[in-house]
Design a protein around this ligand. Structure first.
Ligand code: ADE
Ligand code: ZN
Length: 329
């Protein structure tokens, strides 16, 4: 069976990381930017390890220079997600790349993206919400400015605040000011933890940032007490299996902990993270999970219900989405 049509919710996707290589090459050509080292001989993104992945990601992103560039990118990304059956998605949006954390520039980027979101919803039925994301290796001071951009633009479209970037740098708690600021603005909170940091990084995220969801979180599996805590608190993990394989966390899908986490009662969802970097799509994620763990309609329906409950959107949107997840919705 192809899992393309089954309705999906995708909570963890970095907009720049979803840029198809051909799109980035096209912009580079238009702007005469030299992107040597970013692509392999086949034209795919090329990286050796996580640190290099972050460098290549930032080099590719350097060609995105205006609200219009982001509008073009978002149009392509939402069309692709809709093609894969995604009916609701949250994108990690970065004021660091969209106007260098200047609030009035950020508002212009946001307006361009919101316009595209409205068009995509009308055309494909896909609903987009934004999670403003700071970048850990840019440091706590930059994260404060990013949090202020998030707080100032919180509303129907900007619904969350998060942190990506190099988890091996500093501690989660170094960024508490930004997360407190975003919480006060009513935003949902998530941070990358338990990807390149171990179980302790997940504990820090819970204790020091008091997040609602965890990006990845899979290395919690290394600590049984933490797995129990996640299950008891109902903390939702935004699991990105193809990303974890692409970045070398696990050698193959069968070794991935998503099934053990699910079986232990931890609420899990599935996303693609940066799909072209890992040659994945939501459809491919579902197909791989079926092959590795024999997951079928029951598990995929549960994933969608978990994501629906954990989405940072308002309850009116949640209700409308719930209807679309019922068989005759
Ligand atoms: N930014 C984009 N993809 C990321 C990942 N997998 N981990 C941390 N930061 C990221
Ligand atoms: Zn991510």
């Amino acid at each position: 069976m192809s899992w393309q049509e089954i309705p999906k919710l995708e909570l963890h996707l970095h907009l720049e990381g979803a840029a198809p290589p051909a799109f980035i090459r096209g912009l580079a050509q238009e702007k005469s930017v030299n992107l040597s080292g970013v692509f392999d001989a086949q034209g795919n993104y090329a990286y050796r390890d996580f640190a290099h992945f972050l460098q290549v990601y930032e080099a590719a992103t350097s060609v995105l220079r205006s609200p219009e560039d982001y509008a073009r990118l978002l149009t392509e990304v939402l069309a692709q997600q809709a093609e894969d059956g995604v009916i609701y998605t949250e994108h990690f949006l970065s004021p660091d790349f969209c106007g260098r954390r200047d609030l009035s520039a950020w508002r212009e980027y946001l307006a361009a993206m919101q316009e595209v979101a409205g068009q995509a919803e009308a055309q494909h039925g896909i609903i987009l919400r934004g999670v403003v994301t700071c970048i850990r290796h840019f440091g706590p001071d930059a994260a404060r400015e990013t949090a202020l951009c998030a707080a100032e633009t919180a509303g129907d479209f900007v619904v969350g605040f998060g942190m990506g970037g190099d988890e091996t740098r500093g501690r989660q708690g170094d960024f508490a000011w930004g997360f407190d600021c975003a919480r006060e603005a009513g935003l949902g909170l998530t941070t990358h933890a338990g990807e390149f940091g171990g179980a302790d990084s997940v504990r820090q995220a819970l204790d020091d940032l008091r997040v609602d969801r965890i990006g990845h979180g899979v290395r919690a599996i290394e600590d049984p007490a933490l797995v129990e805590r996640l299950a008891a608190s109902g903390t939702v993990l935004e699991v990105c299996p193809g990303s974890n394989l692409g970045l070398g966390l696990y050698p193959q899908m069968r070794a991935h902990p998503i099934e053990r986490l699910r079986a232990a009662g931890v609420p899990v969802t599935v996303s693609t993270d940066d799909p072209p970097f890992f040659r994945t799509t939501m459809t491919r994620e579902y197909e791989a999970l079926e092959r590795a763990f024999d997951w079928g309609e029951g598990q995929f329906h549960a994933l969608a219900q978990t994501a629906l409950a954990a989405a940072f959107c308002d309850d009116e949107t949640r209700k409308a989405l719930a209807k679309r997840l019922t068989p005759d919705g």
